[in-house]
Design a protein around this ligand. Structure first.
Ligand code: CU
Length: 267
């Protein structure tokens, strides 16, 4: 039995991203450690119940604990926790935070949270995504993209469905229109808060095709429980075909509205 098998045993969603194996390895240690602590504390509790049960001839002990066993156990726990944090968590986090993918096949997209759904904006065929600002948001421009940004002409939006190709790195800009949400992609072992006014990013590389639920990882209001989206990891060709189609449709729509704009302005 490997270290991380305990994760599946307790019902954790199987991993589907490249770096996720390292996260699971660390979680495996944490779960074993918690198991040992849980059993240890339970035994201690039983001993305490027995030793300090109510007796007719109860007598106070003015000296208390004499041995050093508890001190040694406490120090042991601190050491194990330090190893988990310094040896596993920090290096993993710094690797993920410092080494963003730069390969040309990287997908750069945006997840814009709002009460209570996710707008997934894709860069389209030019692979460049438009900038956005909360002040641009209007009924006609629900994602607040900068309409003068030429990179945004072929950007397309997928509501509540995040499609990605397998085997290609993806950088997601995570933003919010209103309150704090959190894009939690459990099988990718990736999550990022969507905080109003903050430009946050995360990246991962899916290694398996499949469909999973996306949950909002922050209590964001009365509709939080319904703020469920879908993550679909597709074969590369399937994704490319879909993206190409969506991008062409978005570009056509932009061109049409640009052609119509001068007429609208004349009225
Ligand atoms: Cu939310």
């Amino acid at each position: 039995m490997s270290i991380s098998e305990i994760n599946e045993l307790i019902g954790q969603t199987p991993v589907a991203s490249e770096h996720g194996g390292l996260v699971d390895h660390m979680l495996g240690f944490v779960h074993w450690f918690m198991l040992v602590l849980g059993v240890g504390w339970s035994i201690y509790l039983c001993i305490a119940f027995y030793r300090f049960r109510q007796k007719k001839t109860a007598k106070a002990d003015y000296l208390g604990v004499q041995g050093h066993a508890t001190t040694h156990i406490e120090i042991g726990v601190v050491i194990v926790e330090a190893i988990l944090l310094l040896g596993f968590a920090f290096p993993l986090w710094s690797r993920q935070a410092d080494e963003y993918p730069t390969s040309p096949d990287t997908i750069r997209m945006r997840a814009l949270g709002e009460k209570f759904l996710w707008n997934f904006q894709y860069p389209g065929e030019d692979r460049l995504i438009s900038t956005w600002a909360g002040v641009n948001v209007s009924p006609a421009n629900t994602t607040g993209k900068d309409l003068h940004d030429p990179n945004g002409k072929d950007d397309f939006i997928s509501l509540n469905t995040m499609k990605l190709p397998v085997g290609r790195p993806v950088i997601v800009d995570v933003a919010s229109k209103d309150v704090i949400h959190n894009l939690a992609l459990v099988p990718m072992r990736a999550a990022q808060d969507a905080t109003p006014g903050v430009k946050a990013h995360m990246w991962f590389k899916p290694t398996k095709t499949g469909t999973w639920d996306i949950i909002c990882g922050q209590l964001c209001g009365p509709g939080h429980g319904q703020m469920k989206a879908t993550l679909e990891v597709l074969e590369q060709k399937e994704f490319d075909d879909w993206a190409k189609e969506q991008s062409a449709a978005a570009l056509k729509k932009t061109q049409e509205s640009e052609a119509a704009a001068p007429i609208a302005a004349a009225h």
